[in-house]
Design a protein. Structure first.
Lengths: 152, 267
């Protein structure tokens, strides 16, 4: 069977969620691989949620919210942007493939941008293949534990 | 050493402090932390270049807070933690006296945080050569090599959380690792859970770590965990121009923003 990427989108309620809604009501066709999770604001999107998504089998992640200066809560996305800059460099320094996380600004009027973003991300992840880095690690530790037990 | 002990005795006698956090000599001439609460114990007090421990971590303990008038002895990293903790409003007014010994071997006594700040700014510590070398090596590696390096290191982690216990900046009463509804970090020491723990630690300390290197020194399995936070500090200084433990009023880089923060990755 062909590989179908699982993509999780963390979006803010006020812009990107409305943008995705617009894409739906205007019947724009886009990849069905994405599962959208709605947040009150991008400032609410904790980096641990992204880690957990990868741990639970996501192959790619989209994080999206209001354009700078458009935040419903005035400054949520500015704070989020700083956090993403730092989070990306933590992941990069650890050697994690940061290309699997797509960051974007999508406003409530940009239904087509949203559709394009999902299509593009799905294609990119399809090329990259399934995310197995975490699974491999767990299998390795488990195998090691079994070997140690058997050696006793 | 006599100078230092005399100074501390003076502070006890005029009632400035009623508890002194310092170092004493233990077995094999190794320095260990000691807590002096009366004049008769002062002769234990030592301060040598091997006193690398960061005593600021004890300031979060309830027993120390109850003493109310605390004196603390420390190297430049400890002073830097005091500055950072002041900027995070964590010290209250329990620290009455800070003592250090400068490069010339003189005892320096500070009675306010502003004096400590000025001293830290004048003697701002650099990364050690060893850390610089390791950071350069890691930066020169490819992504896959770094992943290999860190996962190998983290597979040894036994989740003792010594890196957390020794860190003066890790003072939350309840840590995310203790949360089990939802459980963010796996309890067992599996590599993915270890990776999550160290990512979380690096993120929560980014822009707050003061590079004392205690976490790396304390690690029982020798993971250079201090490199992660050191790298984040570098990154934050480059991106946002914020230096940690440099000013009592600087605050936390991730708690603020500039509308013009630059990035290239957001589409």
């Amino acid at each position: 069977m062909d590989f179908e990427p699982k993509i999780v989108a963390f979006v803010c309620n006020w812009c990107t969620y409305a943008g995705a809604d617009l894409a739906g009501t205007s019947r724009t066709k886009y990849a069905t691989n994405v599962s959208i999770i709605r947040f009150p604001c991008t400032g609410r999107i904790d980096f641990m949620l992204l880690m957990k998504a990868f741990e639970n089998g996501a192959d790619g992640i989209i994080v999206s919210g209001c354009h700078p200066n458009d935040c419903h809560y005035t400054s949520g996305n500015f704070h989020a942007r700083r956090r993403w800059i730092v989070f990306r460099s933590v992941l990069d320094f650890m050697g994690f493939d940061t290309d699997r996380i797509t960051f974007s600004w999508v406003s409530a009027a940009e239904g087509t941008k949203w559709a394009g973003l999902v299509d593009e991300t799905t294609e990119k992840i399809r090329e990259k293949g399934a995310f197995t880095d975490f699974k491999k690690l767990d299998v390795e530790t488990t195998n090691q534990m079994i070997d140690e037990e058997l050696a006793k | 050493m006599k100078n230092l002990q005399n100074k501390v005795a003076e502070l006890f006698e005029n009632g400035t402090i009623n508890l002194m956090i310092g170092f004493k000599e233990a077995i094999h001439k190794l320095p260990v932390p000691c807590f002096i609460d009366n004049v008769s114990q002062i002769e234990q007090l030592i301060f040598t270049p091997s006193c690398k421990g960061n005593l600021a971590v004890y300031l979060h303990k309830i027993e120390i807070k109850q003493a109310k008038k605390v004196g603390i002895l420390g190297n430049i990293a400890t002073l830097r933690s005091l500055v950072q903790l002041t900027s995070e409003n964590q010290l209250g007014d329990i620290v009455k006296t800070v003592i250090t010994i400068n490069a010339q071997g003189e005892v320096v006594v500070f009675s306010t945080m502003d004096e400590v700040e000025a001293y830290v700014q004048a003697n701002f510590p650099e990364y050690t050569d060893e850390d610089k070398k390791l950071l350069e090596q890691l930066n020169a590696m490819t992504r896959a090599e770094r992943w290999q390096y860190w996962t190998e290191q983290f597979s040894a982690c036994i989740k003792c959380y010594a890196c957390r216990a020794v860190c003066p900046m890790c003072y939350c009463p309840t840590c995310t690792v203790e949360s089990n509804q939802p459980q963010w970090i796996k309890v067992s020491s599996q590599t993915t859970g270890n990776l999550e723990w160290h990512t979380m630690r690096a993120m929560h300390l980014a822009g707050r770590c003061i590079n004392c290197g205690e976490c790396g020194r304390i690690c029982p399995v020798g993971i250079p965990v201090h490199l992660l936070t050191a790298k984040m500090n570098q990154e934050i200084e480059d991106e946002f121009g914020a230096k940690t433990g440099f000013s009592c009023k600087s605050g936390y880089a991730l708690n603020t923003f500039k509308p013009g923060d630059k990035e290239q990755f957001i589409k």
